[in-house]
Design a protein around this ligand. Sequence first.
Ligand code: IMP
Ligand code: MG
Length: 336
Amino acid sequence: MTCKVIVGGFYGDEGKGKIIAYLSIKDKPQIAVRGGVGANAGHTFVYNDETFKVRMLPSAVLNPETKLLIGAGVLVTPNILIDEARKYNAEKRTVIDNQCGIIDNVHIRRDMEDAHLKKIVGTTGSGTGPANADRAFRILNLAKNVNDLKNYLGNVSDIVNESIDKNHSVILEGTQGTFLSLYHGDYPFVTSKDVTASGICSDIGIGPKKVDDVILVFKAYVTRVGSGPLENEITVDEARKLGWIEYGSVTGRQRRSSPFNMELAKKSVMINSATQIAVTKLDVVFPECKGLKEFSKLPVEAKNFIEKIEDNLGVKVVLIGTGAEINEIIDRRIEK
Ligand code: IMP
Ligand code: MG
């Protein structure tokens, strides 16, 4: 049994939701815990032709046996959390840490109306930056003081550490991506926290030696939403021809795109100490891959693409997404 942390390798929207949803069904974890910023992230996955999206709960919601936790470093927007817990019939298996910070309407308004945040940084407007600023001021309200949340409260770091000590299978879910990190990204075009693997563990209250695997998720091309540098960015027309046009799942904004960036990927592997890599949307770049489940069946260009990533990064690509459905995946963890 292992404790795995799953984080984004580029600028978010790499498909962490799909990977975690798959692992939650395949590996049957006892616990999935969300770290990261808060409801500025939207994790999407498709199962039996139905599209699901979560902004607060871990993407393991489809496995009714998995406990769903939210770490103390994560900001909670109460109405979004409560709606998702009801929608996924997860009210009895959701625990949020007593010390999660709370986003209220004032934070959302500040995020939407602040000229720097809105026009320069291009935030998602979900209130996370202003709430984290209030947390640094030590004036932010915490979950333990919110009556509507009282049935969900608990001590998440205790629960997760005990579970790891019992050798349970535990998934730690990151949000956003490495280059949106407040410390390691392209400041000021970043989110309001560190979102690398260490940051995610810190959000949850897990020490670095408790993690067995760091799965770094890359998409087969790069996208970025909002402002900030994007090397080798292609035009909207080119992106449309390639089928790379995407829209943000929280804001609906059109994402910018560029080809896979090996140099960024190398840096990301280093900062996160990745032990395994997942590559999503291989079928978008190589349409003949759609729905394939075995590496040996991939067309040669797609195999070369994956092998080049492994050769350059020195880390095995263990999961390869070949379609939107969570079962459209190549799982090489068992290959010799
Ligand atoms: P904020 O996190 O809403 O403050 O936004 C800061 C920057 O991070 C903006 O460029 C956002 O577009 C970007 N961002 C925040 N969350 C996500 C995400 O989940 N996916 C992609 N970009 C994000
Ligand atoms: Mg997203």
